[in-house]
Design a protein around this ligand. Structure first.
Ligand SMILES: [Zn+2]
Length: 108
């Protein structure tokens, strides 16, 4: 079972609010203080990549809607393992450019 204290992004679909089934939640990778999950909602069939960042101030979660299936995400990761630097860069990109990223996603 999921940790009951898990951030909501790991337990509920942000798009339709349905609870994720356990098999829809996959751990993709971990690095210091950061964890990346692939979440598939069986209700609306959307997938979300969620990054959980733990720091001394608490836990932050970032969710990204993705077209990537878990298999693709895992394959992608096999090709180019996510390093701590990559995670930091992604974190910074999401932090600093999330508005731009959302705008681009909405334009597609
Ligand atoms: Zn959903």
């Amino acid at each position: 079972m999921m940790d009951p204290s898990a951030p909501k992004v790991l337990t509920h679909c942000p798009l339709c609010q349905a609870s994720y089934q356990e098999r829809g939640v996959r751990l993709l990778g971990e690095s210091t203080g950061m964890t990346l999950y692939h979440l598939h909602c069986s209700a609306c069939r959307h997938s979300v990549l969620a990054m959980i960042v733990e720091n001394p101030h608490g836990i932050r979660s970032v969710g990204l809607v993705t077209d990537m299936e878990a298999q693709d995400a895992i394959r992608f990761q096999d090709l180019d393992p996510v390093s701590a630097d990559d995670c930091v860069r992604m974190h910074l990109a999401l932090d600093g450019q999330s508005r731009e990223m959302c705008r681009r996603l909405l334009q597609r």
